[in-house]
Write a protein that binds this ligand. Structure first.
Ligand code: SF4
Length: 640
């Protein structure tokens, strides 16, 4: 019995319907903790090298962590991984809600889906009963509609995740939706589930999870709730959630606007957290056991109709709002709802739509190709593009491949304003004058994503300990001095270990990041739950090991992988910001190379950004070192 874990790995071979259950290896729990660690190790060991991301050989892996499912603050996170159809390399994404705890109560820590079901299917898990059922009329439904129907048909006590038409149709930024508005949004995880012919996974769990010290968990959990409630951000940050940062982001000139052509927009008061409270919000909505419910559930009333929607949170405001220039929070909410129902990631969708609109404005894509006029600031244009994408109709077939592939096929200079790294569209921070944050995006292991490291505060506003303090401290608003690239790598590396650690534990990071909730709480909770005493530093070392492993997977899977895959889009290196606090600033290619040189040296990677065998062995990853050596040998043979 492993304290903190349900104890079983569930494998479903969809091609022939076999279901296998095996004890969770204690070495996996000891060496990789859970969640993202389990996902990375499983993909490294079991993914056939060179697998087609949307072929049956790819794996869909889902794992919870040891703190998930206990009555502890925000302990409802679940992690998903695959070979990403967006990047062709390592991909993962996490999701809140209630699914992960239910999966543990059903008796499982990890699910591995292999192969492809012969026909559209549902996976239904009712404690130890695991069934593959025909998807029937659910196939083709929107994500939210399918979840509602499944709740009616199976029962309210099932936790359900679904894909929408985008996932069914292989859109490389298709997401998974759960609890009517929680997503595992990134890397095309929804397309991978769709490629396996699985429309939905439903789980009902009624069992227990063993813990080392039940009364200790209760006492520490209670203390943790009280400590979160005592944080100033509890009343300062929670009411608006992530949207509360909108004004500050604009003030420091990091608000992506008009396809990242600038970083400042004076319409921000119309789409910020206050606008949500004023125009949309009906109620707060939180994940399992969360003391700081950051979700805002509301009603968006627009000329295209009225919809109920969870959100928009900050990323959606940035990418569907300012980046597509929708300057009305109800319109941003409506576009958010359309993405949720179609099953596409709002971040990637916003980047792809804004790229297409810029192409149209510049005459690179004409009316005959696009199918109608599209323009910035027009909700109907955005909704039209989203619907075309999800159904792969007309222009949607090009855009469904993601902005990198779409730009490569389109050419005519459009690659320079395709805002992505490694094929993953850039999330909500413009950072031509924020070299640390730029480096964080460049080196994020899944592509351009903020959740791996967030160092904008260091770059632009000094040293406030958490986001709530940053916002409260004011700052920005004036012309920002040009930042230097030197010395940024250290805090990017540190942040890349801290943020993903929460994805190992199966718990939300926002209490730590946004409110400054102390690491000692997590150390004590981890010990009471698992019986293992690990310091914060030791936990971070596991997170660092996983980072080495995920980079190794991408190096193995992506032909020619290396430094060239870490460069930011051309726009950021050639077009100075035209207005706002960072007017006149951009980052040069030389500065980008300084960032990468310092970063690779700290990581123990070679000059091309590949983990060395010595580094991998130092982290106890001898298997990875051997595989990498084998991979390098095969490549050199192929090249010669
Ligand atoms: Fe979920 Fe937000 Fe709470 Fe985190 S802070 S657990 S994302 S509701």
């Amino acid at each position: 019995m492993l304290n903190g874990y349900a104890g079983t790995v569930l494998r479903v071979h969809l091609t022939d319907g076999r279901v296998e259950k095996a004890p969770l290896p204690s070495t996996l729990a000891e060496d990789f903790i859970g969640g993202r660690g389990f996902v990375a190790k499983t993909l490294f060991d079991e993914l056939p090298p060179g697998a087609d991301p949307l072929g049956p050989e790819n794996l869909f892996v889902m794992a919870s962590g040891p703190l998930s499912g206990h009555f502890l603050p925000a302990s409802g996170k679940t992690h998903f991984g695959c070979k990403s159809p967006a990047s062709g390399g390592y991909g993962d994404s996490n999701m809140g809600g209630h699914f992960g705890p239910a999966f543990k109560y059903a008796g499982y820590d990890m699910l591995v889906l292999a192969g492809r079901a012969p026909a559209p299917s549902l996976l239904v898990i009712d404690d130890d009963r695991v069934e593959i059922r025909p998807a029937g009329g659910y196939w083709g439904m929107g994500s939210l509609s399918a979840e509602a129907r499944l709740k009616e048909d199976l029962g309210e006590d099932y936790q359900i995740l679904t894909i929408g038409p985008a996932g069914e149709n292989g859109v490389v930024f298709a997401c998974i939706t759960h609890d009517f508005g929680r997503q595992a949004g990134r890397v095309g995880i929804g397309a991978v589930l769709g490629s396996k012919n699985v429309k939905a996974i439903a789980v009902r769990g009624t069992g227990d999870i063993p813990v080392k010290d039940a009364s200790g968990v209760y006492e520490e959990g209670k203390r943790a709730y009280q400590a979160v409630r005592a944080k100033p951000g509890f009343t300062g940050w929670t009411p608006e959630g992530t949207a509360g940062i909108t004004d500050w982001i604009n003030r420091v000139g990091a608000f992506p606007t008009r396809n990242f052509s600038t970083s400042y927009w004076d319409r921000h008061p119309d789409i910020n957290g206050q606008a949500i409270l004023r125009e949309l919000k009906i109620t707060d909505k939180g994940c399992y056991c969360c003391p700081t419910p950051c979700g805002k559930y509301g009603k968006a009333r627009t000329g295209l109709g009225d919809v109920y929607v969870e959100g928009p949170e900050f990323e959606t405001i940035a990418l569907l709002g300012s980046n597509c220039m929708l300057g009305d929070i109800a319109e941003v909410g409506y576009a958010n709802y359309v993405c949720d129902e179609l099953g596409v990631d709002t971040i990637s969708a916003g980047v792809v739509c804004s790229w297409a609109i810029e192409c149209f404005e510049k005459g690179i894509l004409d009316r005959a190709v696009v199918g109608r006029d599209v323009k910035f600031g027009d909700l109907a244009s955005v909704v039209y593009l989203l619907e075309q994408i999800a159904r792969r109709a007309g222009i949607g077939d090009l855009l469904a491949q993601g902005v990198r592939a779409a730009a490569r096929k389109t050419g005519r200079g459009s690659e320079s304003f395709a805002i992505q790294v490694k094929g993953l569209e850039w999330s909500g921070y413009e950072c031509r004058n924020a070299p640390g944050m730029m480096l964080a995006y460049m080196t994020s292991d899944i592509g351009a994503h903020h959740a791996r490291a967030w160092v904008l505060g260091h770059d632009l506003a000094g040293t406030a300990a958490n986001v709530h303090d940053l916002i409260a401290s004011g700052g920005g608003g004036e012309k920002m001095p040009k930042s230097t690239p030197h010395g940024r790598a250290r805090y990017v590396v540190d942040s890349q270990h801290t943020r993903p650690l929460f994805d190992l534990l199966g718990i939300c990071r926002l209490q730590y990041m946004e409110l400054g909730f102390e690491p000692e709480h997590y150390e004590r909770l981890f010990e009471k739950v698992t019986g293992r005493r690990m310091s914060w530093r030791e936990l971070l070392a596991v997170s660092e090991k996983v980072w080495q492993l995920t980079r190794s997977i991408s190096a193995r899977e992506i032909p020619g992988f290396g430094r060239a895959f870490d460069y930011p889009p051309e726009r950021f290196m050639t077009e100075p910001v035209p207005d706002g606090p960072n007017e006149g600033h951009c980052i040069t290619r030389e500065e980008v190379d300084i960032l990468l040189d310092e970063y690779y040296a700290l990581r123990g990677w070679d000059a091309n950004g590949i983990p060395t065998a010595e580094t991998l062995r130092r982290f106890g990853l001898a298997d990875a070192a051997d595989t990498m050596a084998d991979w390098a040998c095969r490549r050199s043979v192929r090249q010669s």
